[in-house]
Ligand binder design. Structure first.
Ligand code: AMP
Length: 516
């Protein structure tokens, strides 16, 4: 029986966990013996076939920063991003697959074949980013059996290893992303209520605030720039992160700055840092507030606040949460490792559900009684043109079919009508977003659905969307009269754009046939 694996593919660090013989998740150290591996890549200058991943990449990037890649997760789903190395354009999916490949390779060396895996993603990741993550896994040679939201994975690990009950708020501030998730926990029954997040808010933004202080101090003293090359930037990014971490332990951090105009000593206090990051902390506060509103809960109704992600080690995080909730957040689980550990548990649950014969008895018994109900993290809809009751004119708008926070698996159907006489096709658009205004939602796929000729207006078209527990979405468009259907399962093309994968367009097959 092959290993059951969970992977936390993080902005700054990634790690892998497997389920042991009794169904308990364990972090597997990489070939360097490290339990967490920097999500960094370095393309060797002399040997084109050598791609360094992990701590070696971090260390090498000061030699030639142009050949290094960090924080690629921030570009997941960005179809324009490319890293050109020796004439080859690397996409975010390809770069992420190198990180996954390294984790897989190091783990396989000691533990045998690694095939089936669940990869975690931030809860607020949209459809394109989720699919991009799955693609990266497939490119790395993994069979991605599911995707799990990072705070859900962390809470799964937490709830199965600690006694917890009631409404739990998971505050997940990692290297590059922020998520807040509220869930209802009763023993091993976990129901997700809602999630909020920001895919561009994390530890690197806090590092950048320190970097700004370093650059300004140098400029004030020498009237010159501290950073004049990519390599300088790489060096001072590391120094800034180091200062940030020091300030989690002490009130003051001291450094030497070496620029072309001279060197200087600098002292940064925790107070200076906390003032500099006020706007970032306010962004997290607002998202906590929105999540509470969405869950229809007051802070006093939250029983536990669980911290996840390395950036929650900053004392200011606990202080602010204590102010909001009136009690200290829970810090008893390892904030760096709990996502991968929970992802491995999630992988076990997926295997038990889908391929129980491939799960060893010991693993199955370790997972028994755990029940997780996740929700849809976004609203999905379609663009339609109903008649406005007041003006009598048609208005183009987004109509939500699957609502955010609906428990998974879920399915919903709505009926729409053709607009004009003789209309022989309809452009169906799948949207993601909460707004009725078309300009404020993401159009994740568009497809032409051909209809029979010579019909009056107002022919019904049934639109059914479903979302399964493995975060796979499926859309079905049905022309009610003729029975023609268009089925769309979403995937990505080579350029990282959304395409209709496995599209079954029965309309073409049926074109020309008469339906009575
Ligand atoms: P994660 O993505 O959960 O591995 O979190 C990585 C982020 O946590 C990075 O931005 C780190 O700089 C940050 N981090 C790790 N340890 C500390 C610490 N002691 N104080 C502040 N930030 C930290």
């Amino acid at each position: 029986m092959s290993n059951i694996v969970g992977i936390d593919l993080g902005t700054t660090f990634s790690e892998l966990a497997i389920l042991n013989a009794i169904g308990k998740p364990e972090i597997i150290p990489n070939a360097d013996g490290d339990r967490i591996m920097p999500s960094a890549i370095y393309f060797d200058e002399d040997d084109a076939s050598l791609i360094r991943v992990g701590i070696e990449a971090i260390n090498s990037r000061r030699l030639n920063a142009k050949r290094a890649v960090r924080w690629i997760k921030r570009h997941m789903g960005d179809t324009d991003y490319r890293k050109n190395i020796d004439g080859k354009d690397w996409t975010p999916v390809e770069l992420s697959s190198l990180i996954l490949k390294k984790l897989k390779q190091d783990c396989s060396a000691e533990h045998g074949e690694i095939r089936d895996a669940v990869i975690s993603v931030p809860a607020h990741f949209d459809e394109v980013r989720r699919k991009a993550t799955m693609e990266a896994g497939a490119l790395a040679g993994l069979n991605v059996i599911g995707i799990v939201n990072e705070p859900v994975a962390a809470a799964l690990y937490y709830a199965t290893t600690r006694k917890v009950s009631g409404k739990v708020l998971v505050y997940d501030l990692g290297g590059g992303t922020f998520d807040v998730t509220i869930m209802d926990v009763k023993g091993h029954q976990m129901d997700i209520i809602c999630s909020q997040g920001d895919h561009a808010l994390g530890g690197i933004d806090y590092d950048n605030k320190i970097l700004e202080i370093l650059e300004k101090s140098y400029r004030d003293k020498f009237k010159a720039e501290l950073i004049i090359s990519e390599e300088d930037r790489a060096k001072y990014e590391d120094e800034a992160e180091d200062i940030k971490k020091t300030l989690s332990r002490r009130d003051v951090a001291k450094k030497m700055l070496y620029g072309t105009a001279g060197s200087m000593r600098i002292e940064i206090t925790r107070k200076m840092f906390e003032e500099a990051v006020t706007s970032l902390m306010e962004r997290t506060d607002i998202l906590v507030e929105i999540a509470l509103e969405e869950a229809h809960l007051q802070p006093s109704e939250i029983s536990t606040v669980l911290l996840v992600g390395g950036s929650t080690r900053m004392p200011i995080v606990s202080q602010r949460l204590e102010k909001i909730f009136g009690f200290s957040p829970e810090t008893s689980v390892n904030v760096d490792e709990c996502v991968a550990l929970g992802a491995a548990l999630h992988a076990g649950l997926v295997m038990l559900r889908e391929k129980p014969q491939e799960v060893a008895a010991g693993v199955a018994s370790g997972l028994k009684d755990i029940n997780l109900v996740d929700v849809c993290n976004h609203s999905y809809g379609t663009i339609c043109a109903p008649i406005d009751k007041e003006t009598g004119k048609r208005v183009i708008q987004n109509r939500i079919i699957l609502h955010k926070n609906t428990p998974l698996p879920c399915e919903a159907t709505q009926t729409f009508y053709t607009v004009s006489k003789g209309q022989n096709a309809v452009e169906v658009t799948i949207t993601q977003g909460e707004d009725t205004a078309v300009e404020y939602v993401n159009k994740i796929a568009t497809h032409k659905f051909e209809l029979p000729e010579d019909r009056p207006a107002e022919c019904p078209i049934k639109v059914t969307y479903s979302y399964d527990v493995n975060q796979r979405m499926h859309c079905r468009f049905e022309d009610v009269e003729s029975g023609r259907t268009l089925e769309v399962a979403l995937g990505l093309n080579k350029k990282g754009q959304m395409l209709e994968e496995n599209t079954k367009d029965e309309s073409k097959k049926l074109a020309g046939s008469k339906v009575s």
